[in-house]
Design a protein around this ligand. Structure first.
Ligand SMILES: Cc1cc2nc3c(=O)[nH]c(=O)nc-3n(C[C@H](O)[C@H](O)[C@H](O)COP(=O)(O)OP(=O)(O)OC[C@H]3O[C@@H](n4cnc5c(N)ncnc54)[C@H](O)[C@@H]3O)c2cc1C
Length: 251
């Protein structure tokens, strides 16, 4: 059952430029959460909650990690919470990534900026299930890079930056041309990046996670609809997604 929780803030640290790692403690969320789902965070003095992906689930210790970029009033206010504060969280919400990849197969994770966090939860779970994990992570600059060591523990990891200040210079799609041997891909990041990724890989199935602007998070307000090819016309990112198969929606 998904309901509002008051989850204590267990730890908080700045891990890159304007990027914060928060760990909250909740037995219920840790038991229910799946990679690709998100938490809808209440922010003091803000009417709308802010959706943030689950980046890691520690089921044993009931800890859930989120990573977010401070881009506006909501995320900056969230960062003012201090360890021990009770955070009002709705979730876990949404449909996560499918995890049926076969043992020994290879998954390619492609993340851009604030789209990287849900791929870490996914990569951890796939690795634990015996799937080989390769990651291509794109950031703006060296100062924005986070979780490189964590992804390297999962498998081969290529970092690219827009300005070449760290890793390879260029876009994630430049690195994709070097990688041929994978059975499934999963991607999350800005919509133009997802479009470019989907257009450049056609031989294997893929799943995308969309982090567009969202309202209620529960399917009631229709603020986050995305067109589809089928007769239903639209899907709701909050309820039907945020994860979709690559052919399910029109980007
Ligand atoms: C399912 C889902 C999962 C998400 N997971 C993460 C995550 O793991 N880490 C993370 O950092 N962010 C994530 N986001 C995005 C995050 O919700 C927004 O960055 C946050 O709500 C912005 O709130 P704010 O009040 O700080 O900014 P606002 O004041 O609301 O906006 C500041 C500026 O950012 C733009 N903006 C706001 N939201 C978005 C958005 N979703 N996409 C593009 N531009 C936006 C606004 O147009 C404005 O220009 C996720 C979004 C969704 C829908």
């Amino acid at each position: 059952m998904r309901h509002i929780q008051r989850a204590p803030l267990y730890s908080k640290k700045r891990i890159a430029k304007d990027t914060v790692e928060m760990v909250i403690q909740s037995k219920e969320i840790a038991e229910q959460a799946r990679p690709g789902q998100f938490l809808h965070m209440h922010v003091p003095h803000h009417t709308l909650r802010r959706p943030i992906s689950i980046a890691h689930i520690d089921r044993e210790n009931h800890l859930i990690t989120i990573l977010y970029k401070e881009i506006g009033s909501g995320t900056r206010t969230l960062s003012q919470c201090t360890v021990g504060d009770e955070i009002n969280v709705l979730g876990p919400l949404g449909n996560g990534f499918p995890l049926e990849q076969q043992v020994g197969s290879t998954a390619l994770l492609i993340g851009g900026g604030i789209g990287v966090p849900p791929l870490y939860a996914l990569g951890t779970e796939l690795r634990d299930r015996g799937v080989n994990v390769i990651s291509v992570l794109g950031y703006q600059t060296k100062e924005s890079v986070f979780y490189e060591a964590q992804f390297k523990e999962l498998g081969e990891t290529i970092i690219v930056t827009d300005d070449g200040s760290y890793g390879e210079k260029g876009l994630v799609t430049d690195a994709l041309s070097l990688l041929k041997d994978f059975d499934h891909y999963y991607t999350c990041g800005p919509k133009p990046m997802i479009q470019a990724v989907v257009n450049s890989i056609d031989a294997v199935p893929g799943h995308i996670s969309l982090e567009e602007r969202m309202g209620c998070g529960l399917g009631a307000c229709f603020a986050c609809v995305i067109p589809t090819d089928d007769e239903k016309g639209y899907k709701k990112i909050c309820q039907d997604g945020p994860v979709f198969s690559q052919e399910e929606v029109v980007l």
